[in-house]
Design a binder for this molecule. Structure first.
Ligand code: NAP
Length: 233
């Protein structure tokens, strides 16, 4: 690709919360942004709030057919992708702990928060490989670090712990292709997921993701970040 071409980023779950703030920040940094949401209407509404330079597409990260359809559709319009932000996530743990949680709930969290990320990277790899400096950023959580695990949010914690594992493995596999892969913990953020008591704004939660996408030293890969600094997995 031409090195002067506009940088392009795709943000999963970009229609609200931290994903919307990431999309807004990347747009402000001059990136062309593709917002994905489970519903096309949700993606379109978010894109229209941000204005020109924003594409929208329906994509459910827990469904391989949906990932395939979105990738095929996008490939008709774009031939490279510089940044993939795997932001979409769920927190299905309610009034349960590790002794009472069902296999179904565990699977639901893993499908979206972990396995969806691996499938997204696999399917969008040809577009990422067409960028001279591609970056994959996985929005994880401090609750997925070894010292952040809690028995009252078992599916969320395990899915983010496993996501961090996927970040390490993907970074190893993609290093030879020059693609950086990192995890970010956004902190406790005021969103539908984080609730109204959370101390951070979506913009504060989005800051390190935007920094990793645009400014961070490109050699940094396979790490876990919070507030633009490396933290322990
Ligand atoms: P949010 O407001 O609940 O937004 C979640 C986003 O993920 C929505 O856009 C949602 O889309 C999307 N999503 C959920 N399941 C999906 C699926 N199967 N396929 C595609 N999109 C899906 O949550 P948030 O606080 O912004 O969270 C964003 C990320 O930050 C998550 O990965 C979360 O785990 C992480 N995080 C958040 C906090 C916090 O305090 N808020 C703390 C640590 C980490 P729909 O509109 O279609 O539901």
């Amino acid at each position: 690709m031409d090195s002067q071409q506009t940088k392009r980023a795709l943000v999963t779950g970009g229609n609200r919360g931290i994903g919307f703030a990431i999309s807004k920040g990347l747009l402000a940094a001059g990136y062309e942004v593709i917002i994905t949401a489970r519903s096309l209407e949700g993606a379109q509404q978010a894109a229209s709030k941000l204005g020109d330079g924003v594409m929208s597409i329906a994509l459910d990260v827990s469904d391989d057919d949906s990932i395939e359809t979105a990738a095929k559709k996008l490939t008709q319009d774009i031939d490279y992708l510089d940044v993939l932000v795997n932001n979409a996530g769920i927190y299905p743990d309610k009034n349960i702990d590790v002794l009472t949680i069902s296999r179904d709930v565990l699977e639901t969290a893993l499908q979206t928060n972990t396995l969806g990320v691996i499938q997204m990277v696999q399917r969008f790899l040809p577009l990422l490989e067409a960028s001279p400096e591609a970056r994959v950023i996985n929005v994880s959580s401090g609750m997925g670090s070894l010292n952040g695990l809690t028995n009252t949010a078992p599916s969320y914690c395990l899915s983010k712990l496993a996501l961090n594992g996927a970040t390490i493995m993907l970074s190893q596999s993609l290093q030879s292709k020059g693609i950086a892969v990192n995890s970010v913990g956004p902190g406790w953020v005021k969103t539908d997921m984080g609730g109204s008591s959370a101390p951070r704004t979506p913009e504060q939660g989005a800051d390190t993701v935007i920094w990793l996408a645009t400014e961070a030293p490109y050699k940094e890969t396979g790490k876990f970040w919070r507030d633009r600094a490396i933290i322990s997995f």
